[in-house]
Design a binder for this molecule. Sequence first.
Ligand code: URA
Length: 492
Amino acid sequence: MPARPDAPRWSARVDPAWSLEAWRAVAREALQRQVAPEQLDWLPGGESSLLDAPSVLHAPLPADAPARVPAVPRDFLELAATCLCHGEPQRLALLYRMLWRITHGQRGLLTNPADPDVLRAMALAQAVRRDSHKMKAFVRFREVPGEEDAFIAWFEPTHHILDRVAPFFARRFTGMRWAILTPARSVHWDGHALAFGPGGTQDQAPRADANEDLWRTYYASIFNPARLNTRMMQLEMPAKYWKHLPEAALLPTLVRDAGDRVQDMHDRAAQAPQRRIPERHIAVRGPATANGDDLDALRTAAAACRRCPLWEPATQTVFGEGPRDARVMLVGEQPGDAEDLSGHPFVGPAGQLLDRVLGELGIDRKALYLTNAVKHFRFERRGKRRIHSKAQVTHINACRPWLLSEIEHVRPAVIVCLGASAASAVFGAGFNLMEHHGRWHTLEDGTRGLATVHPAWVLRQPPGAAREDAYRLLRDDLANLARDGNLLDPAP
Ligand code: URA
């Protein structure tokens, strides 16, 4: 029922205007006072003006006012929380109109997607989700000069999404100190808690750091000219975000040269021998970075990797660890639950089994460089549990530049692959683990390689004889390392 023309007007201030709690508190008061949507001027922010209608908090409480406002569907609150982050001033009124309708006989309002209010709210929410996604993908932290492990990023979101997205960065970069500056608001993470503050300016954030070159080299090495689709690229990476991205400076040249590079790929493909798995000589091709020798910079760049979708549900990138001059590199499949949470490879049950085998063989784990073919945990949720899910070829391929860069930096004499995924990442797809395990192979650059079963596979065998056999197989294969005494000596 529309309000009478002579019904009094009220104002409703929401501060901050993107906060569901703030909006909800005022909306509840207005509902309880039975103030119709047409009687309310919704105003964002805390500053009132003399021209404002009196606050709705001063509206009289009708004698028949219910003690409590009716509960509203959870879906509506979720939609409202997202919509409120939009910059559109009318969203506050739109949501109250919807709330009014839901509590006045149209409880199923959201199930009518043709309703103009529902349509509008959905469109606003969609724009906020898209902006949040872009922020997750395009924030680039730069090291603060003179401070260890402190990073600042400058970002210009379209909507009020900083509060919504900041917890994602806190989960992702738990171990770093960082701040994100935006024009309207900033957030700071000290390793324990998020603190929000006023907005900043771009010149308060470092402009470039040592990782910039790395990012560019990395991007150039993963750029595939044959898959260039400039329309999709601009849709996915709109030009307004380019200024945040060190790699964006490369785009015009990469795009311009794409045609020539594709031709070149065709020519080379025509000449290349078509063997799928070379018997002994296996190619290690193009690392993610050709210059720079800093593994830490590579680790920092990998922390922001978005080359495949695994980064999103995972807690963090689990990069390799160990001496940078290690003579032996162990490559696993992917981090598990414990690794994902701690950020370190091989610390969960499979890592403990590996430690036991290494201990029995007298191999010091600290002398090895441990890494994985895929650097994010792939899992399925079952209730509260996260169940390991095998990495696919696309994930291994997407992650390969990181592995190749680690190999390039560490230059181990020997690479040991644990399990079929690691073996296919290093030796190529189609490597038959059960046929070739425990035997030395030579990679194209002279590095020796050995593949064996994964410790997690050993753990998956039924207890008893089967598991003991599997354990022995792993131990006997790894004994090849112990046999070659020189390998475990410090690098010459
Ligand atoms: N399994 C792996 O392959 N890697 C780890 O880091 C842990 C378990």
